[in-house]
Design a protein around this ligand. Structure first.
Ligand code: PA5
Length: 456
């Protein structure tokens, strides 16, 4: 059976002392505060205001039917255009749930599914590189934008539409699936007018909370990921996120760790999975946390713990020195795996004393020992840390942890008294980009201090 366990032992004052550790009184105060937040969540959910919470139980029929239909055309490459909440979740699912070298596998080893490219940025160099790599006539593009008007995604779409028209004439439409708002926005209009296959982002579901909708599920189905199990994991998690008591509600308990340590000055939230497969999930979390919680409350006050993603064991050789001896302004959450699904053993090759502790162990034993050592040294240095343990990476544990963080982010937002669902600063940036491209002068100040170095 697949499981997710939250271990907060190393965050308690009994482990790391009163200054950094969470005391019983603080937990009692938190339980008092979160009670009202949980009531608010329950009421808003019943009124349909927290639509992301309904996604795990929604029907996947339209998504599966569309994927099945598209897959029948035996396209060789599947390319996703989207940015922010319209791509990061998909990237997280891809990295966690399909082979890390998917595009290098022969067709048969991919069970007939296409190669996958997720194009988020509009760096022309990487965009051209993907266009050079694929055969556009054998490719299917998923254009994902809830608003239907984000400059990056629409530009990608316009470029490819033009190329497809040149290559396939009126059949260009058969190479596109649009995912956008169910009712409004320019992409919805285009889909309707041009009769392009289109999926809906359910009403009331914002970008960064949309991975468990058509936004993430259609690409997942195109990669052969079991989307029903993904949602089943989220449903299972949902059942564990509504209890009143902290020990009956994993979302409240994790939120207690983040909220209390934030109030104790841990302004930086480090998420450190010990698995390459969860790096994409980490980047998804980084956006969820930053865009949901980084808010101005009024003219003098702002809120927002800064999310940082580190990768174990790699970043032990990059970040750990700072986490241990730098400013004591971080909470650290490890994600630990019980099963890496690999049995690679380190062989004995040299009779060398310096290596003698390695042979006979598996790589999995080494990465686990490194996590354990890092956790121990942080704890003995009084640094607050928590561990989320996954029995393994599977559609249900990934669905579960995604849903868990969506709920924790909502609870955090409500506790901090901010709206976790808007993003006024992002909208402002989008507006200024448009104005610049429409020919208005750039609002940036003219160069006042710039140093130019001619190098060749
Ligand atoms: O979470 C969000 O709302 C944003 O990050 C959006 O997902 C991002 O700006 C892309 O917007 P859209 O899906 O409208 O293209």
């Amino acid at each position: 059976m697949n499981k997710i366990t939250l271990d907060l032992s190393n965050a308690l004052s009994s482990s790391i002392g009163n200054e950094n550790g969470i005391t019983e009184n603080e937990l009692n105060d938190f339980e008092e505060k979160i009670r009202n937040v949980l009531i608010r969540v329950r009421e808003e959910r019943a009124q349909g205001k927290l639509a992301f919470m309904d996604l795990p139980c929604a029907s996947t029929k339209e998504i599966e039917d569309t994927a099945e239909k598209v897959l029948q055309n035996e396209f060789e490459d599947f390319i996703v255009f989207g940015i922010g909440g319209s791509s990061l979740g998909t990237r997280g699912l891809k990295e966690a749930l399909i082979h890390p070298e998917w595009n290098l596998l022969p067709h048969k080893k991919r069970n007939g599914y296409p190669r996958v490219f997720i194009l988020e940025n509009i760096d022309p160099y990487s965009f051209s590189a993907v266009l050079e790599t694929i055969d556009i006539k054998k490719s299917i593009f998923n254009v994902v934008s809830k608003s239907g008007k984000t400059a990056e995604t629409i530009s990608q779409f316009l470029i490819v539409k033009d190329l497809l028209e040149k290559a396939a004439g009126n059949d260009w439409k058969k190479h596109i699936v649009i995912t956008t708002d169910s009712l409004s926005g320019p992409l919805r209009k285009i889909a309707r007018e041009e009769k392009i296959s289109a999926l809906s982002v359910p009403q009331g579901v914002g970008g960064r909370f949309s991975v468990l909708s058509s936004v993430g599920l259609f690409p997942a189905a195109m990669m052969g990921i079991d989307i029903k199990r993904l949602l089943k994991g989220a449903v299972g998690m949902d059942a564990l996120c509504s209890g009143e008591k902290l020990d009956e509600n994993i979302a409240s308990a994790l939120c207690a760790f983040y909220f209390i340590t934030y109030k104790k000055g841990k302004q930086i939230t480090v998420l450190m999975p010990y698995s390459d497969r969860l790096l994409g999930f980490g980047l998804w979390f980084r956006q969820l946390w930053a865009e949901s919680l980084g808010k101005r409350k009024n003219s003098r006050e702002s809120e927002g713990p800064t999310p940082v993603v580190a990768l174990g064991a790699t970043d032990q050789h990059s970040q750990l020195q700072l986490y241990l001896q730098g400013p004591d302004d971080k909470s650290i959450t490890f994600i630990e795996l019980e099963d890496y699904e690999s049995e690679i053993e380190i062989p004995r090759s040299f009779e060398h004393n310096d290596f003698s502790y390695l042979p006979g162990n598996r790589l999995e034993d080494l990465i686990r020992a490194e996590l354990s050592a890092t956790r121990t040294v942080l704890t003995t240095n009084g640094r607050a840390n928590a561990t989320i343990r996954l029995s393994r990476i599977s559609p249900d544990t990934v669905g579960g942890i995604i849903y868990l963080y969506e709920v924790v982010t909502t609870l955090m937002g409500y506790l901090l008294d901010i709206n976790p669902f808007d993003q006024p600063a992002v909208e402002e940036g989008k507006k200024i980009t448009r104005e610049i491209l429409e020919g208005k002068e750039s609002p940036e100040s003219k160069e006042k201090l710039a140093i130019e170095c001619v190098l060749g």
